[in-house]
Every structure is written in structure tokens, then in C-alpha cells.
Design a protein around this ligand. Sequence first.
Ligand code: FES
Length: 570
Amino acid sequence: MEQELRSRDWFGKKGKDGFIYRAWMKNQGIPNDEFAGKPVIGICNTWSELTPCNAHFRELAESVKRGVSEAGGFPVEFPVMSLGETLIKPTAMLYRNLVSMDVEESIRANPMDGVVLLCGCDKTTPALLMGACSVNIPSIVVSGGPMLTGKFRGKDIGTSDIWRFSEAVRSSAMSEEELSVAEACMCRSRGHCAVMGTASSMACMVESLGMSLPGNAAIPAADSRRKVLAQESGRRMVEMVKENLLPSKILTRKAFENAIRVNSAIGGSTNFVIHLLAIAGRIGIPLKLEDFDALSASIPLIANLQPSGQYFMEDLYYAGGLPAVIKELLPLLHQGCLTANGKGIGENVRDAICYNREVIGSTSAPFKHESGLAILKGNLCENGAVIKPSAASPHLMRHTGKAVVFEDIDDYKARIDHDDLDVDVNSILVLKNVGPKGYPGMPEVGNMGLPKKLLASGVTDMIRISDGRMSGTGFGTVVLHVSPEAAEGGHFALVRSGDLISLDVQSRKLQLLVSDEELGKRRSAMTGSFSIASRGYVSLYQRHVEQAHLGADLDFLRGASGSEVTRDSH
Ligand code: FES
């Protein structure tokens, strides 16, 4: 085994190079036998006090280290850039690909035989997985876990309530003082958002792909069993190195199909699409936008979780966690898919039990017969767009209305609450230039707030269409990820206020009811193009980011470079 360890190219060397590799590590008080052929396990930590969802990760890393040491490994913790969804401007998505580069290069450049990825807040999970896939050494994810359910004036609350509270304040149904009290009630423990938002969807994605130990997704961050799972993952990683269990052996096309089906059954985030496409691109699995629709078509909504349902991640854990959901779905899954513990996903959940049918239904008695994500096509989104029917209003699923167009987010903010805005309940709000290149970074503004005057008259939902994303905690009849984005000059760039738009989710159609001749005239008259930043990462991003239907990765990051380092520095 010793010969096969990658880390021996550093710590096993004799002479000057070996001296240098070991000597500086010894300044941390590491005895000689740690370098004598133990598997070196990296712990990739996204801890940051600016990423509150991941602020407990140093403690979690200690549990992983304990497990690694117990199993005979040599743990080394290292930081990468962290992405806190709530604080980073203009949007954490702008930096997902940058973090993935940080992760990839950090793993490859250092003496690691395997890596434990500590992931939590939304983008930290796909970024770490993308980076690890491009190196392809044994990797396992330990998620930070969701927060405990928020409690506000006798009611359970979670991140999705932010949208409700904000609309309530705008329509004067809630005071600013009440809103301030709710702040402290929402996030009352460590962990990431407690609803089936993007962070929870990512944790479930990891588990259903097989890249974590079973049960990883739902254990609350504050529950001591989260630390147990971290310790067990550390132990397991040492074995994975011995077995040479690589991400490429786990992440097969069938594993991706399982993840898509599970995401549908739990009412997972629309962001799942964009991140899974990017991960598939790194590991070399062909996956198309249309696959998400086709694979989720027969999947009912089994988990009754906000924002599509009623409950929270804490409830999911007590009800049996993701293994209980997967067990319900088994006839629809590829049961033999290999997972991080060396067993098939079917074998992992064989003994799973559902303890609460209010939270986890069954395929024969689901919460909704339709789930998943619908992929729309039409002349308004030539390369596709995404809608989450389980979070939308049934009466708007087939609707034709007049467009009210906002050219960008500033235009939207300036006009949405004007009394003279020409809008009614049947209108369709269109927000342009919030895509990957145009914004840049594709922010979560797609579920834009409704006009104040309509809120005041009791309107709670309208069709909204954009080339941006929506928070996984958001809801409403919201069409997202329009591709090509306005900045790329697709038909979406040509839509004007007053145009008729037709949405028909059943037939997966999104049409701009304007003649080709008129669209041609508009295209010839088009003048503006988006501005590209003059320097730095943002300039690189804008020049190389791919469109949403491809996963919005940087074009030169697709695929893998492997783990080999061909040159020594000394
Ligand atoms: Fe971090 Fe929601 S803000 S998961």
C-alpha cells in the first residue's frame, strides 16, 4: 500500500526534498512516525465567521480528525475560500467557480491521499465537489447540517418566511418592530437554512449521489450525532484510500439519475439543476437540462418540507432522514449504485424506517402527485428555462398575459412600487440582465417581489420570468434560468412591455407571442451590450462563464486534470 500513496511523493522522499517536506510540518509538533506511510487525509474546511452557516466547522473538523487518526491516517486541515450566501455581494454564485478552482488546485498541489469536504451553505457544496471531481482522489462530503427549526410567537418558521414577512411589511400587515423580533427567532442555532432550500438540497444531492455516508443530509448541526457522523466519515476516508474508491467510481450516470429523482421527491431547489450540471461536467458524465424533466416526470413529492410543503429539516431527521425517503423511492432508483461506504445505495437504506408519515409520505400516498422541475422550451428561452411546479400556483400554470419588462435589477427597484406602473394581476413580470454574464453572477432575484399596489389588493402570486436564479427557499410561479440570457442576445433580450407571453407548463412551452418579422426588426435595432469588467476575477468570469443550461461553469474548467503533479520545486 505504501508505494501507492500519493503523499509518499512528498513525505517518503529522501535527501534534501524529503527533509524540506517533513521539517516544516514538524514545526506543528508532528512526530516522525506520522510520516511513515500513513494515508494523509486533507480536511477541506469552508469555516468562516462570515459564513454563519459554516461557523461551527472547526469543531466538526476536530471530529473528522479524531476519526482519521483512529483509523491510522494522518489528518491535515486546510482552508479554502468560503461562501456565505447572506453576506457576499453581489452574489455567492459569482464565486462558486473560483472556490472550485481553489479546492482543485489546493488538493492537487498538496500531499493528500484522500480528502474530506466540509460543506454547508449553498455554494460551498457544489464548489467543493466540483473541485474534488477535477482531481479525482478519494473524497467524501461531511455536511454541516441544518439549523434547528425557528420559533416565532408560537409558530415554526424558516428561511422561506423571509419572503412572506417582507411582503407582509410591504403591505403593512406586519410592523418593522415585529420583523426585528422575528430576526432572532429564525436562526437560533448553528447550521444552514432549515428548509428544503439550496443548502439542504445540496446535502441531499450529495447523499443520493453516494458521496457521503448514509444519513448525512438531515442530522441537525446542533445534534451531537452530527459530530459522530463526521468522526465516522474520517475513519471511512482512510479505508476509501486503501480501496482507491475514487469519485469517478461513485459518480456514474446512474448516480446522477438517482440524485435527480431524489431531488424531485423532496421538492429540492431549482439551483440543484445548475450545480448538478456543473458537477457532471467536471466528472465527465453527459447530462442535459432535458434529463431533469424526463427523469423526474414520474416522481411524486414524498417529503412534506418547506417551501413546497410544511415541515423542516429537523422534522425530516426525526422522521427517518433521507434514507427513509430513498427507501420509499427504491423501485424507481438504481439500487446498485456504489456509495462512499462501499455499499450500494439500496443496501444502505434497507433497514431505514419512516417514523412520521406526515413528513415522509410514500409513492402510493404522496403529498403531491407531481414534483420535480419542469424544463420549458420556446422562443423566449431557446436553450431552456426552469420552473418548480410544486412551489407554483396551479391557476397560473397555463396563462397568457402582458409583459411588464424591467431591463435590469435597478430598473425593477426604481419602478416596481410606482402607482403608475401599468400592471394588473394577469400581467407577467419580466426581469432581464440578471444572468451569469449580464449581472454578473446570476443572483437569486428571480422571485422578485410583487408590485405594492397589487399586494395591497390581496394578490399573492404572479408569473415572473428572468434569466436569474431563485433562492431555494423561495416559492411562487417563477420561471428561471432563461437561456440564452438577455446579455447573450437571445429572444429574451427582445421582449418589451405590452408583448404577450404564453406559459403552458403542461406542454413545457414558454412563448413570446411576437412575429419573427417584428423580432428581426428589434434585433437589428439592438444597440447595447453588457459591459465586461476591466480586470480581475470578474473579468475572467464574464469572458468564460457558460450559460445556465450548461451549469454556468467556466468553459476552461470543464473536465478534470487529475491528481498528478509532474514537477518538483526544489
Ligand atoms: Fe447559508 Fe441559507 S444562508 S444555507
